[in-house]
Design a protein around this ligand. Structure first.
Ligand code: UDP
Length: 475
């Protein structure tokens, strides 16, 4: 317990790679920073074919094993959760897990709680235990500001957000165009929206919010809301490539070894992104038309759901069989198509990779930034449309693939042109330089003495003081 060994932090992840992996990285980071902290890490069983071992125990220094205790929450029958909304599924799964989480927390008596933002209902248990409660926010400050402001928008704005003539204002931050609103907001009548507002309200109860971003990532997004809980910018915390076990070097890395420096476009839509059949065809032919080298993580197409693989891929469907006739043959010398899953951090860090066509999930965004690789922003779901705006208009390290294209298929010639923007000409050069500059700044921020490094230690001190008081109360 907290009495023997300083701070005992309980960390609660949500279902889904993008809401588990970052919390693992955060846990690893905090225990490597301070010796007087240990973590109990609660997570859900995922259905994805992702290598969970890789996510849960990246071969971090051995002493971490004793400092992070992993607790897998009992499986929740996903077939009984009837929703198309990724966020709703995460929230409901977390709520159904609460009884076992509660039992475990009451038994182990941590000194502070840190949860993913879809797991804020666990705050009730923190209240019961009278311990401080924090959120680890797996996206950027702009997205956080919108969430904190959304209950107010819900009161102020009548009718559909997408029907507003002006962009949605977020005080202190850039406004959001209707087409860029995050997933639950366009459908205000939907169940997903009600859960979204619930989540937004609960965020405000936090004693602090740790955000996986860093000071100055985007200058137009730096004012914190005065009504917000204290916010700590502690990132970018991403898994470093070296943490992957060395005996598992993937074949695509070997393929990259034989490609020229900065010549390959890496194409991936995160852990769950899928395209329509028609869009898959156009993407294939666009890549071919560009004549550039590429490494494409390909999934079977879906109809109507761009997060089609988020909670597991359709094993039965071989994605390669949906590719246009002759495509594999024509691109044999320049392209590699890999079904479903690759070691992304390692790939982005490879010198042969010169750009990233990405769905702009926040983790992918940070990974590209750290690697200093310019992007083609192709947002699909969640808050990815905001991330794409941030990358293209705010930071300037990406070209936006869908601007003016919203809702329609991006044609092969447009795709070839986007690839050329990144690899040829002035615009691509500027984006590349910007990406490298961001990489440098990110490394400084998390490095010893950097702003994010200091912020994390500052939160730690709060936990430490809290745990001392807590011990007194217990005695
Ligand atoms: N990822 C990976 N290999 C893949 C696809 C994804 O390692 O083939 C990792 C990626 O590096 C990132 C995470 O999964 O850390 C995806 O998180 P992100 O926030 O980018 O998107 P999400 O999948 O949550 O939409």
């Amino acid at each position: 317990s907290s009495t023997e060994s300083g701070v005992h932090l309980a960390v609660v992840a949500s279902l889904g790679v993008g809401h588990m992996k970052p919390l693992v990285v955060f846990s690893n980071r905090i225990v490597s920073l301070r010796s007087d902290i240990h973590v109990t890490f609660f997570f859900h069983d995922t259905d994805t074919d992702t290598d969970t071992d890789d996510i849960i125990s990246p071969s971090s220094p051995p002493h971490h094993d004793t400092k992070i205790r992993l607790v897998k929450l009992p499986p929740i029958d996903q077939s009984t959760i009837l929703t198309d909304s990724v966020g709703t599924r995460m929230s409901i799964t977390n709520i159904r897990s609460l009884p076992s989480l509660r039992a475990s927390l009451l038994a182990s008596r941590p000194s502070a709680l840190v949860v993913d933002f879809f797991a804020t209902d666990a705050f009730d248990v923190a209240r019961e235990l009278d311990i401080p409660k924090y959120v680890y926010f797996t996206s950027n400050l702009w997205a956080l500001a919108l969430m904190l402001h959304s209950p107010q928008l819900d009161q102020d704005i009548q009718g559909a957000y997408v029907a507003q003539s002006e962009p949605i204002r977020v005080p202190g931050f850039r406004s959001i165009r209707a087409v860029d609103l995050p997933d639950p907001m366009p459908d205000r009548e939907g169940e997903g929206y009600r859960w979204y507002i619930h989540t937004c309200n609960r965020l405000k109860e936090a004693d602090g919010i740790l955000v996986n971003t860093f000071e100055g990532l985007d200058d137009s997004c730096s004012d914190l809301l005065s009504t917000a809980p204290p916010v700590f910018l502690v990132g970018p915390l991403i898994r470093s490539a070296s943490e992957l076990s060395p005996n598992r070097r993937d074949e695509c890395l070997t393929w990259l070894d034989s490609q020229p420096a900065e010549s390959v476009l890496f194409v991936s839509f995160g852990s769950g992104g899928t395209l329509s059949r028609e869009q898959t065809t156009e993407l294939a032919l666009g890549l071919e038309m560009s004549g550039k080298r590429f490494l494409w993580v390909c999934r079977p197409p879906t109809t109507g759901n761009s997060a089609g693989a988020y909670f597991g891929v359709l094993e039965s469907d071989d994605p390669l069989k949906f590719l246009p006739e002759g495509f594999m043959e024509h691109t044999r010398r320049v392209g590699l198509v890999v079904p479903n899953w690759v070691p992304q951090v390692e790939i982005l860090g490879h010198t042969a990779v010169g750009g990233f066509l990405s769905h702009c999930g926040w983790n992918s965004t940070l990974e590209s930034m750290i690697a200093g690789k310019p992007m083609i922003a192709w947002p699909l779901y969640a808050e990815q449309r905001m991330n794409a705006v941030l990358l293209s208009e705010g930071i300037g390290m990406a070209v936006h693939a869908l601007k003016g294209n919203e809702g329609r298929v991006v044609k092969r010639a447009e795709i070839a042109e986007l690839v050329n923007v990144v690899f040829e000409g002035e615009e691509g050069k500027v984006m590349r330089e910007k990406a490298k500059e961001m990489s440098g700044r990110a490394v400084v921020a998390v490095g010893e003495g950097g702003t994010s490094y200091k912020s994390l230690l500052q939160v730690f001190e709060q936990w430490k003081i809290g745990s001392l008081n807590y011990d007194k109360i217990l005695r």
